[in-house]
Design a protein around this ligand. Structure first.
Ligand code: SF4
Length: 320
């Protein structure tokens, strides 16, 4: 058994078999990329879309203006994206259960009627087992939380919040455009609506101290979050981090360092929190660093061996 609360095991115990996410781009934007706010330091403007949906990836190259790339890359219809995603998941994993995953950009960033229209349209496209909406903490308010709660009554609905760090200093360096208070407010609004909450965190941001990282664990533990996605820092071309990296101002964690960091973080996390992800998987043509990090399966094997070999398990040093 893995020394962390494994997502696939959670899905299998909950639904009898794994549920596969069909990640889509529903055409949303992001407030942090508008009004000259510049976007997050690590964001390359591709909206974190699944690899099988990145059909315009060839438009992307180092030095390209991202907004220009995005203009050229038409958002395809939801029907097309769902069909393509489903075909891929059936072919690759023999998948039978699916989650509608609103993945790209900020999926609560629109007026309420428009949100309802898009969510309804998405859920009409297949018989989904789960509905997952990814967004920023500062794009959740009481009416949006209530709307999401309506979907929570129809099927298992998750809201994924981009927390990224429990340190306001690190959030400032990331140019996130929100602080930890926004995360706490979003959690408060969403809690009690019959929803499941998860959050994304980045471990090992340049200059992040051990205490700041542990503060992230503490903030997550004190929230109603039920699942976490952990990312190592990936530097993509076209980001402000890329400029810093090319000037030699920052470095990123090696695979060995990230294994140690994950183990330390997992030990401090509540035992019941499900771990949905432990590393980033940026396509190599967009990734400047780290190179030669290795694949996910090898990383998970090494992390498991490291934690088991050192008698470490999720939650055994839980911070509250
Ligand atoms: S919130 Fe997401 S889409 Fe917006 S700038 Fe940050 S990483 Fe990019």
């Amino acid at each position: 058994m893995r020394p962390w609360n494994d997502y696939k095991a959670y899905l299998t115990s909950r639904f009898g078999e794994p549920v596969y996410r069909i990640g889509v781009d529903a055409g949303f934007s992001c407030p942090n990329r508008e009004n000259r706010r510049g976007g997050c330091s690590f964001c390359d403007g591709m909206g974190a879309l699944a690899s099988y949906q990145r059909t315009s990836e060839s438009l992307f190259h180092s030095g390209c203006a991202f907004e220009r790339c995005l203009e050229q890359a038409q958002v395809e219809s939801l029907e097309t994206q769902v069909r393509r995603g489903k075909e891929y998941l059936v072919r690759r994993f023999n998948a039978r259960l699916f989650a509608m995953y609103l993945q790209a950009f900020t999926n609560t960033y629109a007026p309420l009627p428009r949100l309802r229209e898009i969510y309804d349209k998405c859920l009409e496209l297949d018989d989904f087992t789960m509905f997952i909406v990814s967004t920023r903490p500062d794009c959740i308010d009481a009416p949006i939380a209530e709307l999401l709660g309506e979907y929570g009554q129809r099927l298992e609905t998750w809201v994924e919040l981009g927390l990224q760090s429990g340190s306001d200093r690190i959030l400032g360096l990331m140019n996130r455009g929100h602080g930890t208070e926004a995360f706490e407010k979003a959690c408060k609004a969403l809690d009690g609506q019959g929803l499941n909450l998860s959050c994304h965190v980045v471990l090992g941001y340049p200059t992040e101290s051990r205490d700041e990282m542990l503060e992230t664990a503490r903030l997550v533990n004190q929230s109603p979050v039920k699942a976490v996605k952990i990312h190592n820092l990936n530097v993509c071309s076209g980001t402000s981090l890329y400029d810093q990296y090319m000037q030699g101002e920052i470095s990123v964690a090696s695979r060995k360092r990230h294994i140690m960091t994950c183990a330390l973080f997992l030990q401090r996390l509540r035992k019941d929190i499900v771990i949905e992800r432990l590393m980033c998987e940026t396509p190599s043509q967009r990734l400047a660093a780290p190179r030669n990090f290795g694949d996910k399966a090898a990383f998970l094997r090494e992390l498991e061996a490291y934690m088991n070999g050192n008698g470490m398990a999720q939650g055994d040093l839980c911070l509250m």
